[in-house]
Design a protein around this ligand. Structure first.
Ligand SMILES: Cc1cc2nc3c(=O)[nH]c(=O)nc-3n(C[C@H](O)[C@H](O)[C@H](O)COP(=O)(O)OP(=O)(O)OC[C@H]3O[C@@H](n4cnc5c(N)ncnc54)[C@H](O)[C@@H]3O)c2cc1C
Ligand code: SF4
Length: 491
């Protein structure tokens, strides 16, 4: 059986006119009413024959913007896949029904495609040339199909095995997508890897952050199982800096990679902040995921019945809080976002990621549940939390100007029993860096070296680049592993 490295390409086109024969079709979402009654997956995958048709829509065009991963306009936004996944190649192989070859091309760059095939916002699809006069290829769902098929067929394990062991040991601190991606690559390269995780389970924000309906937790457990099978060790409930120090690691390992995330949440510094009933999003979502993991039916008691919920923040995390509050039976949900309302029609042009208003799954569910299409308000912030007997009862909200400063005279008071703060993250916890005397490291604006001013320590993922996306974390983990391999080989 040839491998994809030796395989001769039949042609480097999928079906040249596939995009004219077949309409784009994504994995359909379950009906809002049905899905908001449980924490099961939102979407149902298409069958193999439909997936092959979808792959036929890829033209393998002259300049494949989908995989370019280019920054544009001086912003942090990227056009195309940030990980430069070899999209036209695996679309072509998928179209031909060569699922194993498609898998082998996919995992050349992406070691966790089952995660991105479920939660990636897919900038690749927006950059697809088909968008110029129709709809982009369903790359995200194609990716998921290929990797799910590979797990089903048992192809994954062998691609993680090293040719030979180097005898070198690397400690990875944190088991989010950056840590997992790095551990996979380091192991492939022959190094012995131990992943230390402070939480009781592995996956970082994949496990405790992103809710079960977006990413079923069995998908992460399946990956950890195969990682153990190829020789990677995992240690849970071990906080580096507390349960073990960097000094301890130095005795047992040749290098340490910090992939400890950017977990410090942005707080709302308003009067009344210490009242009961005000929570950060991630601990709230974590608690619910722990309950979902224990529940066979993936349905939970309506613990928010009769409660008025206010979500602060209009991003992914805020949307996940809304979807969760709806499932827990909240009597109402309101959302406030400090940024202005995005335009209905994009003001960006292809291949940029469009900047127009897009409703998340949680927002659609709240509109259906409460009948208020305008429950998300933009250009507004909290000015005060109001309570009685130490518990929250109301929130004062005001409009902000273009400088994000409160406009006086615009304040209104809304009822609230629970406020969920989903206002973003300010960055990495500094204590660990200080404990290993790291003062400087090359951040995302200074290239992709992943080293620090302590030659023993490397850093990657959200810890290095700030709050980002799963695919950026995967990229960082992969490239950091290669930098560590280089450092180990020259010493
Ligand atoms: C609610 C929510 C929803 C999101 N949804 C999406 C989405 O739909 N799509 C998307 O692409 N991105 C999404 N993101 C962003 C994405 O999850 C992150 O960008 C990504 O997980 C970052 O990966 P990471 O490995 O760098 O860090 P993390 O995933 O944060 O993992 C860091 C790990 O390090 C551990 N750790 C920290 N300190 C220590 C220590 N001292 N010792 C041992 N372990 C330690 C932590 O417990 C954690 O497990 C979401 C984020 C949130 C919060
Ligand atoms: S990881 Fe995201 S951007 Fe890259 S190919 Fe997959 S869906 Fe597209």
């Amino acid at each position: 059986m040839p491998t994809s490295a030796t395989r001769k390409w039949v042609s480097n086109l999928a079906d040249s006119y596939g995009f004219m024969k077949f309409k784009r079709s994504s994995n359909p979402y379950r009906a809002v009413k049905e899905r908001s009654g449980d924490f099961k997956e939102l979407q149902t995958p298409l069958v193999a024959s439909e997936r092959v048709e979808q792959a036929a829509r890829c033209m393998n065009c002259g300049v494949p913007f989908c995989l370019s991963g280019m920054f544009y306009g001086g912003s942090r936004a990227v056009s195309g896949c940030p990980n430069n996944n070899l999209i036209p190649e695996w679309n072509d192989l998928l179209f031909r029904g060569e699922f194993k070859f498609a898998f082998e091309r996919l995992v050349k760059t992406n070691y966790l495609p089952e995660m991105t095939g479920r939660v990636c916002p897919a900038p690749c699809e927006k950059a697809c040339v088909n968008n110029l006069n129709s709809d982009g290829v369903s790359i995200h769902d194609n990716e998921r199909f290929i990797i799910d098929k590979a797990f089903e067929e048992g192809w994954v394990r062998d691609t993680g095995l090293p040719a030979k062991r180097s005898g070198r040991r690397v400690a990875v601190v944190g088991s989010g997508p950056a840590g997992l991606s790095a551990a996979w690559r380091l192991n492939q390269l022959g190094h012995n890897v131990v992943v230390f995780e402070k939480s009781d389970d592995f996956g970082g924000l994949l496990m405790y952050g992103i809710p079960n309906m977006k990413l079923e937790k069995e998908v992460i457990e399946r990956r950890i199982k195969v990682m153990r099978e190829v020789g990677i060790e995992f240690v849970a409930n071990c906080e580096i800096g507390v349960d073990k120090t960097i000094k301890d690691l130095k005795k047992d390992f040749d290098r340490v990679l910090l992939t400890n995330g950017a977990g410090v949440p942005r707080d709302i510094h308003a009067e009344g902040r210490s009242l009961a009933g005000i929570e950060f999003a991630v601990p709230f979502l974590t608690e619910i995921t722990k309950l979902v993991k224990k529940s066979k039916s993936k349905k939970l008691a309506k613990s928010l019945e009769g409660k008025k919920v206010v979500v602060i923040g209009g991003g992914d995390t805020g949307n996940d809080c809304i979807g969760t509050a709806v499932r827990l039976g909240a009597s109402s949900v309101r959302q406030y976002e400090i940024a202005p309302k995005p335009p209905v029609e994009p003001t960006t042009v292809w291949p940029e990621y469009p900047n127009n208003l897009m409703l998340g799954y949680g927002q659609l569910e709240a509109i259906e549940a409460y009948g208020d299409a305008d429950f998300t308000e933009y250009g507004k912030t909290v000015t005060e939390f109001v309570g009685s007997d130490g518990a929250l009862t109301h929130v004062k909200i005001a409009c902000v100007g273009p400088d994000f400063k409160v406009i006086s005279g615009t304040e209104e008071t809304v009822e609230a029993d629970l406020v969920l703060i989903a206002a973003g993250f300010v960055g990495v916890e500094k204590e660990l860096l200080e404990s290993c005397s790291v003062q400087n490291y090359t951040n995302a604006h200074h290239g992709e070296k992943f080293n620090t001013d302590n030659e023993f320590i490397f850093i990657a993922g959200d810890a290095r680049r700030g709050p980002s996306l799963v695919i950026w974390a995967i990229r960082e983990g992969r490239l950091a592993a290669e930098e560590i391999d280089y450092a180990l080989n020259i010493k």
